[in-house]
Write a protein that binds this ligand. Sequence first.
Ligand code: UDP
Length: 435
Amino acid sequence: MPTITKKPPHVLVVPFPQTGHLVPHLDLTHQILLRGATVTVLVTPQNSPYLDPLRSLHSPETFKTLILPFPSHPLIPSGVETLQQLPLQALPHMFEALSRLHDPLVDFLSRQPPSDLPDVILGNSFLSPWINKVADAFSIKSICFLPINAHSINTMWGQDLEVRSFFDELETCTTESYGLVINTFYELEPEFVESVKTHYMTHHRVWTVGPLLPFKVGANRGEKSSIPPQKVSAWLDSCPEDNSVVYIAFGSQIRLTAEQAMALAAALEKSSVRFIWTVRDAAKKVNSDIDNSDVIPLGFEERVKEKGLVIRGWAPQTMILEHRAVGSFLTHLGWGSVLEGMVGGVLLLAWPMQADHFYNSTLMVDKLRAAILVGENRDYVPDSDELARVLAESVKGDSPERVRLMKLREKGMEAVKGGGSSYNDLDDLVVEMCL
Ligand code: UDP
């Protein structure tokens, strides 16, 4: 841990309300708290429960919450305050709504005695257009957090202006901020980290702090697990062979169409593999563009009950991925899931669907050759015979991709240990916040 000669920093954390962003931002917050910082997290009322695990670990003197009402928006139903309740197309509406937190936040900060003002705002890069303005108004630093890797940043920020569309402003504001924290580790992609520093940020205040690990072992991560985690671990414990189970999950945002779910179910049945399949809870989504999604075919669960477990809603994902019985992971390649799969040491079967999943695929499948591509795109319907073969194969011995992933895992675990590159960057970040 660093020797902080000045008073430890007071950091205002402003996360983006979507699990893939929120979960690692809170993991990062925990690391900063461990390094002596005082933290205030800004959330809207419905998102306050996400902070409970942190509240239970840190004292109210060092961990505080600022709850501001969610600004109403004509296209966001009242009571909806997270992106995972909405289709991805609602992202601009979410940006717009959250940008209206600018005035209430300025108002709140104006009423604070100068000694209580934060030294830094550590906000999600998606919110940087208005967060930078707040920081400027109070002459405090704005440091951005992006829970993705440097390869994705290079790809996105290197695209033509038309492709970047409204993301262009986010990129500009992020590069104008004081610094950038990303959830990757240097040894995974040194050339891309260097490129973010030299080509885009044009300075060296880019901290690679990943893989950000869950701060509470076995705890509900993001949402509360919709099945008792002990039930899942008991099921996994009962699997006699190590690395024999396939875990299937597509993150917090994606839902399969009925046709895709049917093909996947058929593949699982044909393959005879043991599996855990997580499907999103239909009731939780509003304004969805897909009807009938994530429907498990009638009779499927009964037929496969000896081999498989279907979880409807929220799964204790990291616990599953780290269990000795799990050998492979059919994933949409959300970056959080990629890192969790790597930490769990499972073979990644990649089905990138949207947004940065494709860049993650380029990095993990093409460049590092540490994952196997089994599907591509939102509308892809797998051939059930072919997928059955891949699934069965994925739990038979070590593939070259898994061997390579295990080597990366080793480097990642070194990076987060005392003296490792990510550990040192976290120390550095906190020191820099005090300057
Ligand atoms: N997650 C979970 N249980 C679920 C679904 C997701 O714990 O049933 C967690 C997962 O472990 C990861 C995050 O939610 O930490 C999802 O982030 P990711 O980047 O993988 O995908 P996104 O949801 O952003 O598409």
